[in-house]
Design a binder for this molecule. Structure first.
Ligand SMILES: Nc1ncnc2c1ncn2[C@@H]1O[C@H](COP(=O)(O)OP(=O)(O)OP(=O)(O)O)[C@@H](O)[C@H]1O
Length: 359
């Protein structure tokens, strides 16, 4: 009897230590600890260890090792940790929890490449992910996802089935209309097409739907951004002055339609020579970083100009799937930060709503 009681007390003490440790954990994706945005679904103490499953409110399973190491030090025992992404927020559209618009002011800066890599990274972080190619000027997602020439399948008279490539549900304007036709669309037609693709595709349940927008900040992009219930926009730019000026216009456009900017990615940031290892800033130095700083937008990553990125894209698979490469780690970190940003944005919003209601 006494032995049992002391066992119970010991677990109670250890459970409290566990909760305190979860509270104390800090990283860029979890800036205020794990207590608020993670729930313990399994915790089993063993003689010299703990088996723990945490359900997180955003995709973050890439942080498992770091959290395990932290808890192991804090609790002085072996930790067997699993992170499961379970987003509690109400879906924004059908059963899609977050829609993320990937945009660039200027063409050719690597927007589609970034969209695919971020989608892949989010999936590897444990989320259910879809990608929608709305780039009417040059839909490249079919090629980037290894789906060139694929024929769309109808579920019924009104619904299309998405393709599933590398576990990501994929739909593209390029599957449905010849390029020349979509190119000449005006704003309302383009946004109608986007809406149709969004609503007439059988996405099922998704944590994140990544939308590859057409480049630019004209009427078409404005109308499209207005019509989609997006959680936020991700801006892609190179450090080049011209691209930066256009990225600035992109920020202004999303502010106008009240879509929050959840981050910026500086692509083709620098070229690292494969032979001598020397770094050259082909398109300028830190331009995206400075722009992000000026507008108070999180800089999620500075991705180098690297042959392997283009080669992987042309083979129809994202470099993010090459799990241990430095580049895939950068995309993984960017995806986690973006997911965290979306979570805290919603959490702050609902707190504000509560304050407003109480008044
Ligand atoms: N970081 C990178 N390193 C090397 N090549 C890259 C990188 N990012 C993109 N590319 C290559 O640059 C080209 C343009 O990229 P991408 O199609 O993604 O740009 P985009 O901004 O979507 O273009 P568009 O304006 O046509 O939509 C592609 O050949 C792609 O493989």
């Amino acid at each position: 009897m006494f032995a049992l009681k002391s066992l119970f007390n010991r677990d109670k003490k250890r459970n409290q230590q566990l909760l305190d440790s979860l509270e104390r954990y800090r990283s860029m994706a979890f800036p205020v600890g794990l207590s608020q945005c993670a729930t313990i679904s399994v915790s089993q103490w063993q003689k010299d260890g703990l088996t723990l499953t945490l359900e997180t409110e955003f995709a973050a399973s890439g942080e498992t090792a770091a959290i395990r190491e932290f808890l192991s030090k804090q609790l002085a025992c072996e930790i067997n940790l699993t992170l499961v992404c379970r987003i509690q927020t109400a879906p924004r559209f059908a059963a899609i929890k977050h829609i993320i618009l990937v945009a660039s002011g200027k063409g050719g800066v690597g927007k589609s490449t970034t969209a695919v890599n971020i989608a892949a990274a989010l999936q590897l972080e444990g989320a259910q992910v879809g990608i929608l190619d709305a780039d009417i000027y040059g839909p490249s997602i079919p090629m980037l996802m290894g789906l060139e020439g694929a024929q769309p399948q109808a579920k019924d008279e009104h619904t299309l089935l998405p393709f599933i490539a590398h576990g990501i549900k994929t739909q593209s304007i390029g599957f449905l209309v010849p390029n020349e036709q979509a190119m000449v669309w005006r704003g309302p037609m383009a946004s109608q097409a986007l809406n149709q693709l969004l609503s007439e595709t059988d996405w099922g349940e998704l944590d994140y739907l990544v939308v590859d927008m057409p480049p630019g900040t004209g009427d078409i992009q404005l109308t499209m951004s207005q019509k989609v219930p997006a959680s936020g926009a991700l801006i892609v730019t190179t450090p080049q002055d011209l691209a930066l000026a256009d990225a600035q216009k992109g920020i202004a456009m999303f502010e106008k339609v009240k879509v929050p900017i959840i981050g910026m990615i500086e692509n083709m940031s620098a070229f690292v020579c494969g032979h001598c290892g020397q770094t050259s800033h082909v398109f300028g130095h830190d331009g995206g970083k400075e722009l992000a700083h000026r507008y108070g937008v999180p800089l999620l990553a500075q991705i180098p100009l690297q042959l392997a990125i283009r080669e992987a894209s042309e083979e129809g698979k994202s470099i993010s799937f090459e799990k241990n490469s430095a580049i895939s780690q950068q995309y993984a970190q960017a995806a986690r930060l973006m997911a965290s940003q979306l979570y805290y944005q919603d959490a702050t919003q609902s707190q504000l709503e509560i304050i407003i209601t109480d008044d």
